[in-house]
Ligand binder design. Structure first.
Ligand code: PEP
Ligand code: MN
Length: 330
């Protein structure tokens, strides 16, 4: 259950609700969104039975479902970035971290382009078991040290509970990949951390299923969820997946959560990335996550879709125009 307090709720009223929940043997995680205190009940709200907080002073509403409690735009703060604000969130980096030298070169180039968040997989859930899947914890360590040298934030995918602690040590944002969108134990585990979570949409997940997965994270008290549309499986095979442009508005309206788009996972080739990026920003995306590599031709993973840094920098210049039309900036 998520209890939304009135903007005018006093500290005493909030305390009374928390104590009442405590009488059921349950805990509370508290977050503040748009002036409202949100109290997320933790520990299994089936223990509440038919009790509801609706008559308690200071309570505005309650729900078992985020769709009804978070209709307003939410921004997720991380390291001075406000994801979901009028400033687009730009993330770039290699599909998979390959070496110290390449990830430092990436960090330097991102810094030059003004990009603040560096991506890079290190436990990559590649479809083919024969493909390069990353350097595991060694790659995460490289990602962190390169990011630190250039003052960047990091995001990388967590594929299982086993490496969660390690990922949390090196990453500012934890990525849950498309293939794990419905791995509920993993969702609950990242929900218990204090890191923002980027939740990718599963290739065959509806918007509502995607949001239900987001709720698994939110219900553990972690309110910093960023959604990422990366394309879904359709009958089309000319592209890797189909970016669901309308879903951007749909999830934003239903949940208020910020939505970023990863065009690279839909692109069969890097030349598709600019148009998919511009279309996504025009459709209301709060940011982009783009595969970029110091030398795409030599990339060990998805080489065709990686952008070079000169291509990335050109793309950012064109994104600026669309951002402006949307009342945003880059
Ligand atoms: C990735 O971003 O490296 C990745 C594996 O993406 P997805 O989970 O969307 O396939
Ligand atoms: Mn729902």
């Amino acid at each position: 259950m998520i209890i939304k307090m009135k903007r005018s709720a006093t500290g005493e009223q909030i305390g009374t609700v928390i104590n009442r929940i405590g009488e059921f043997g349950l805990g509370i995680r508290m977050t503040i969104t748009d002036g409202h205190t949100l109290l997320t009940v933790t520990g299994g709200d089936d223990r509440l039975g038919t009790w509801t907080p609706i008559h308690m002073p200071g309570v505005e509403s309650f729900t078992l479902d985020i769709e009804h409690v978070l209709p307003e735009k939410i921004t997720v703060s991380v390291g001075g970035q406000e994801i979901g604000s009028d400033k687009l969130c730009m993330i770039a980096g290699p599909r998979i971290i390959e070496s110290e030298e390449r990830i430092f070169a990436t960090a330097r180039e991102l810094h030059k382009c003004g990009i603040k968040i560096m991506r890079g997989g290190s436990y990559s859930p590649n479809t083919s078991p024969y493909a390069f899947r990353g350097l595991e914890s060694e790659g995460l360590r490289m990602l962190r040290s390169a990011a630190d040298q250039y003052g960047l934030l990091t995001v990388s995918e967590v594929v299982s509970l086993a490496e969660l602690d390690n990922a949390a040590k090196y990453c500012d944002i934890l990525q849950i990949g498309a293939r794990n969108m419905q791995n509920y134990r993993l969702l609950q585990a990242v929900g218990k951390t204090d890191k923002p979570v980027m939740l990718k949409r599963g290739v065959a997940a509806t918007v509502d299923e995607w949001l239900d997965s987001a709720e698994y994270i939110l219900r553990e008290g972690n309110s910093r969820v960023i959604l990422c549309e990366r394309g879904i499986r359709t009958f089309e095979t000319a592209t890797k997946s189909t970016i669901d442009i309308a879903a951007i508005t749909s999830v934003r309206e239903k949940s208020g959560l910020p939505v970023i788009v990863d065009p690279s996972k839909a692109a069969p080739h890097g030349r598709f990335v600019p148009s998919l990026s511009l279309a996504s920003v025009a459709a209301g995306a709060d940011g982009l996550m783009i595969d970029a590599h110091p030398n795409p031709a030599e990339a060990l993973s998805d080489s065709a879709q990686q952008l070079s840094f000169s291509q990335l920098s050109k793309l950012i210049d064109s994104v600026r125009y669309i951002a402006l039309a949307m009342g945003k900036s880059v």
